[in-house]
Design a protein around this ligand. Sequence first.
Ligand code: SF4
Length: 63
Amino acid sequence: MKISVDTESCVSSGQCVLLAPETFDQNEEDGKVVVLAPEPPEGEREAVRQAELTCPAAAIRLT
Ligand code: SF4
């Protein structure tokens, strides 16, 4: 699994951080998503899938 995000689309809602805090963080200035682990460990992958589905801006892409 590899993660890519569209920071232009991100609306700084923070759901991804709540769901997968070891993979996602938010920029302190504008709240935009920051990917901490582009290739998340097995134990975090289901949470990352949930983040992809939950993101209100559809800004998270998994490949
Ligand atoms: S859930 Fe989506 S819109 Fe919200 S901070 Fe994460 S990437 Fe941005």
